[in-house]
Design a protein around this ligand. Sequence first.
Ligand code: FE2
Ligand code: FE2
Length: 179
Amino acid sequence: MHAMTEQFMHNAFAGESMAHMRYMVYAEAAEKEGFKNVARLFRAVAFAEEIHATGHMRRAPNKLGAVAAEAPFGVGKTADNLANAVAGETYEIEEMYPVFMETAKFQGEKLALTSFDWAYKAEVVHQKMYIEAKGLVDKGKDWRDAKVHICSTCGWTVEGDAPDVCPVCGAKKAGFRQF
Ligand SMILES: [Fe+2]
Ligand SMILES: [Fe+2]
C-alpha cells in the first residue's frame, strides 16, 4: 500500500477507535441524565465506529505503524457531548474522509478506498441523527424510542427495521445488530 494511504488508514483507525470509546462514555452520561434513548443512540453509533476501526486495521498492511489522532477528551453534559459528537462527525464527512478517499483513489488503493467510503457513508447518517438528538436534548427531551440497526460488516446505520440487504456493502439482514 502506498505510504500516504497507509498512514491515513492508521489515522482513520485511531479516530474511529476514540470515537467508539467517547460514545460509550457519553452513553453512560446520557443514561444518568435520564436520556435513555440518547444513550441507546450513542451505543449504536459506537458499535458502527468499532466496525469502522476494526475494518481499517484489517484492510491496512499488517505491520507496525505510528498512529495519531487529535480528538476531544473528557465528558460533559449530554447536550455538550452531542455537540462534540456532531463536530466529530462533521469533520469526518467534510474534511477527513473526502481527503482520505481522494488520496486512495489517486494512489489506486481500492481496498482502502472501500474502507473509507463505507465509513464516510455511515458518518453522514450519524451526523444527522446527532444533530436531531441535540435539538431534542436542548429542549429537555429524549431522542425517539426508535430501533437503530447497524450493519456489522460496514457500519451502515439505519433507524427502524434493518433492510433485507445492506445498501452499502450488500450484507444480509441477519448481519445487522439491533440497538
Ligand atoms: Fe460516526
Ligand atoms: Fe453493510
